[in-house]
Design a protein around this ligand. Structure first.
Ligand code: NAD
Ligand code: UFG
Length: 337
């Protein structure tokens, strides 16, 4: 069975490609390296001990998609490619709408033309509105997104729902990821943010290795038990295995379906700092700063639908996530390059 993975050189994509290769799928990847590196592709091949076909290019390039869909007998698409930085999406919204919407549209059009009927889409907890009760269920209110990035995910979900409504034999799985972290246990691949990290744990890891003087902790006065924001952190390997479950689900279901991929457990920023310290033995310096605009005090999933329908649940603990992040960071203090 052949799986076409867009954005397969990126953080979640590379871990999923590795899992697909380990599960003996044929894999075809496209990535334009806008936020990733060629070295990652080579490391995935070495780790898996297997090769796969890689195309350097843009998912919006319809001629390239035509070439890929006519060269390979694709059974299922996993669409990771996209821009994902919340703050950047506020400064350059048109680039976000162009990249994230037009790549999804080009893919759907190519699927239609070449008879591919299954797609798994990387959605996000950012599609949920800020005024929901916790935990977030798939039926919780969506929209009122806090940034253009969130709106692109909301709109892509709708494009895919409409496409599956018009094509009754399509199977669309919308995976709403919560906060991924961790790395493959080899320490050979992991998250390699360019510039100053936007996300908490990559920042903590760079502070631990000495690349950052201290962690800016955004907001210590939230209405939570310790005053810091609570999130649902999930190991990237658990996310990868969620995609294996989604591929199996597509084989026996049509229509479009949303699933939360989270653990269901909330962890505060201060709890994450102390877990990282416990897992690694390294002290993290932090300074409490003003709140970061757009942050919700609390966000965590109800992952029970994924357990019931996909037969999937997250297995790895926060300590596993911290230890694996640290192994990657120590072995690769400056990332892939
Ligand atoms: P990432 O930036 O590491 O990976 C995305 C990959 O897509 C990169 O390798 C990038 O070079 C590539 N890409 C982007 N636009 C492209 C295009 N037009 N054509 C070809 N390649 C393109 O990000 P990630 O963390 O691995 O996220 C993967 C997906 O999951 C994204 O769609 C993201 O929005 C979504 N997501 C991520 C998170 C998170 O916190 N990491 C949370 C929820 C959802
Ligand atoms: N934080 C800090 N200091 C930092 C970075 C983050 O204190 O240097 C805090 C934030 O203020 C927030 C918490 O750590 O309270 C988590 O922030 P992240 O940026 O790690 O994660 P977010 O929940 O804001 O968003 C992430 C991704 C989105 C994705 C979402 C899914 O950035 O793309 O998770 O839930 F959609």
């Amino acid at each position: 069975m052949s799986i076409f993975v867009t954005g397969g050189a990126g953080y979640i994509g590379s871990h999923t490609v590795l899992e697909l290769l380990r599960e003996r799928y044929n894999v075809v990847v496209i990535d334009n390296f806008v936020n990733s590196s060629r070295a990652c592709v080579e490391r995935v091949k070495n780790l898996a001990g297997r090769d796969f076909t890689f195309y350097e290019g843009d998912v919006r390039d319809k001629a390239l998609l035509a070439k890929i869909f006519t060269t390979h007998n694709i059974d299922c698409v996993i669409h990771f490619a996209g821009l994902k930085a919340v703050g950047e999406s506020i400064s350059i919204p048109l680039s976000y709408y162009d990249n994230n919407l037009n790549s999804t549209l080009a893919l759907c059009q190519a699927m239609n033309k070449y008879g591919v009927k299954r797609i798994i889409f990387s959605s996000s907890a950012t599609v949920y509105s800020g005024d929901n009760e916790m935990p977030l269920r798939e039926t919780s209110k969506t929209g009122d997104c806090s940034c253009p990035y969130g709106w692109t995910k909301y709109m892509c979900e709708q494009i895919l729902r409409d496409a599956s409504f018009a094509n009754k034999d399509w199977s669309v799985v919308l995976l709403r990821y919560f906060n991924p972290l961790g790395a493959d246990k080899s320490g050979d691949i992991g998250e390699d943010p360019s510039g100053i990290p936007n996300n908490l744990v990559p920042y903590i890891a760079q502070a631990a290795i000495g690349r950052r003087e201290f962690l800016p902790l955004y907001g210590g006065d939230y209405p939570t038990p310790d005053g810091t924001c609570i999130r649902d952190y999930i190991h990237v390997a658990d996310l990868a295995s969620g995609h294996m479950a989604a591929i199996r689900y597509c084989e026996s279901h049509t229509g479009a379906k949303e699933f939360n991929l989270g653990t269901g457990k909330g962890t505060s920023v201060l709890e994450m700092i102390s877990s990282f310290e416990n897992a690694t033995g390294v002290k993290i310096n932090y300074k409490i700063m003003d709140r970061r605009p757009g942050d919700l005090p609390v966000s965590y999933a109800d992952p029970s639908l994924a357990k019931k329908e996909l037969g999937w649940s997250a297995q790895k603990s926060i300590i596993n996530m911290c230890a694996d992040t640290w192994r990657w960071q120590k072995q690769n203090p400056h990332g892939f390059n």
